[in-house]
Design a protein around this ligand. Sequence first.
Ligand code: GLC
Length: 728
Amino acid sequence: MKKNFIFATLLAMVAMTARGQVYLDPKAPVEERVKDALGRMTVHEKVRVLHAQSKFTSAGVPRLGIRQLNMDDGPHGVREELEWDSWNVAHWTNDSCVAFPSLTCLASTWNRDLAALYGHSVSEEFAYRGKDVMLGPGVNIQRTPLNGRAFEYMGEDPYLAGEMVVPYIRSAQANGVACCLKHFVLNDQETDRYSVNVNVSERAMREIYLRPFQKAVEQAGVWSIMGSYNRWQNVQCCHNEALLKGILKGEWRWDGALVSDWDGTHDTWQAATGGLDIEMGTENQNRVKGREYTYDDYYLGNAFEQLVVEGKVPMEVLDEKVSRVLRLMFRTAMNPEKVVGSMCSEAHYEACRQVGEEGIVLLRNEKGVLPIDATRYRRILVVGENATRSLTRGGGSSELKPQRETSPLEALQEAFGSTATVSYAQGYSSGKALYDKVDAVAPTLQDSLKAEALQMARESDLIIYVGGMNKNRRQDCEDSDREGYDLSFGQNELIAELAKVQKNIVVVTFGGNPYAMPWLQQVQGLVHCWYLGSESGTALARVLSGKVCPSGRLPVTFARKYEDYPYVQFGAEAYPGVDRQVHYKEDLFVGYRHFTSRGVKAQFPFGFGLSYTTFAYGKPAVEQSEDGNVVVSVAISNTGKRAGKEVVQVYVSAPKGETHRPVRELKGFGKTRLLQPGESETLHIRMNAADLAQWDETSHRWVQPHGTYTFHVGTNADEMRGKVNVVL
Ligand code: GLC
């Protein structure tokens, strides 16, 4: 009997193999499934999985029962369905989503647990929409406050960005949805993004710009990465051998699939040999004469297949790429553990609100104007277009179609409407369409809106101004940088005039970047919200009303004036570049590294954020483990009258070396739980040797100079509350 059974099984396996079915148990290890599928695929089938078959899908292997890879934007939520072959929306009626807060808002929470919750929640929405690869998150560095896409990234510091992106990726991929970390690398401006070549020192490249990506590879095992449009060493990053095969796949031994940015591929030979695995969005119809342009015309399509068939490209090169793509498929599309997911669940709205509430940063609070004591005011006037306008529409590929988006105005009416009349004046207009040129609004319209707001301000007891930036072009929007460091649409004049009429004024701004605030001394309260997504109004109202104590901390430096940013002194070649060559002349001195090392006083420093309560710091203690890790412990007590959370930051000063280094750099942080008045919590902040290392440009490797390191415990980049010295 047994013999017959074995014989019958073998027969079945042979039969299936003959038919080409994938006979391996779907629960077999991924690497076995990869090898098995690779061994069955024809050359043409191998080439087809290396490029798009539609706007957002790359081909599977139907004959083997391996389905296509479904990709979709973006970092803040799953984008509405687009047509198969175009950028037009498909007008589905079941693809509205939760718009989660912007990633700069997530960074502002300094809360690793919230990063994990965010990745878990947003990937459930991608899974439910049948997507395998989410095109995000992004960890490009905010070196200029004019970068149009800064709102999609996680600030100016590589340590904070790396620490916050790792939990997001881990929890998203635990659901069987791949992250596609972007944009690799040096896509730190939108001006000339398709062609600018970035010149940057080796140590700044390693310590600042590559560092968050390296952490995501080494600590989160990110499954795919998107090459950036720009060039490094004058070679497109989407197929840059030194970057992709030298550093990413070589040194870092990354096993994922490198996806091009859409239309970021420019040459077959470079794509073949430069480390690209999946070519997406190529639009070079002009290459084919007299017939329809098809997906086989992609650089990694027929032209590449020809090179393989002619033996000009060894089969191993093809197989190496295909193995990476198959690995991505078996981790996601073909993963039996991939979740079904969910859309617009209460859990997702709760997560959205939590991230928003903890990302809001309280920057100024004079005369205790915040939290707003509803019994003190009978007539509250809300002024500003951002109190009603959607901030999830527009902005480029990260735009979303939210199922709901609670506006600040409706939430403020809900919060204060029972004890005061809450009226509204638009105050300014940013133009009708999402893609208007900035300030293309008729001055007569601006004047009449301002006059109306000032008139209503005269009959109010409190003004809540809600403005800042939006997702128009030349604001926070892909493919364009901001026009300047000032707020647009006449807002500075409007705020100053409102403050003259009514001294009780709280300013609330939205936006992905710092900005100038000439009216700061004239207003009592200032709150910055980044972008809060679907629960925008709810999160804001809960903070302004005191239901939630603000605990956000800036992930970027707010300079007093534009000229204070480190690269400005070097002129146009440092930004936005001359003849498509940009030079990062500030080297390591990006953001607070410049301000603290050169004694330039920031308007609000990196890591800054006020609370409705106060905290006392105990004396820090330090332990050193044999593997070079350091743990700094510090007790934090709530010495105020309201429950709140404190973010403790550890900045490290390395021993004086021969190379000029920033005076101190963020190398650790922790956030307390919600501490009731009088409660204390001791935080143990762990820093590992890799984070304390420096890049040595002579030996081209990481080193840790021997000597005394000072670990400063601070509440922001300027205010230290204690320090300990350690010899490493
Ligand atoms: C865009 C963006 C990229 C996005 C892709 C698909 O140009 O640069 O972030 O994921 O194309 O929309």
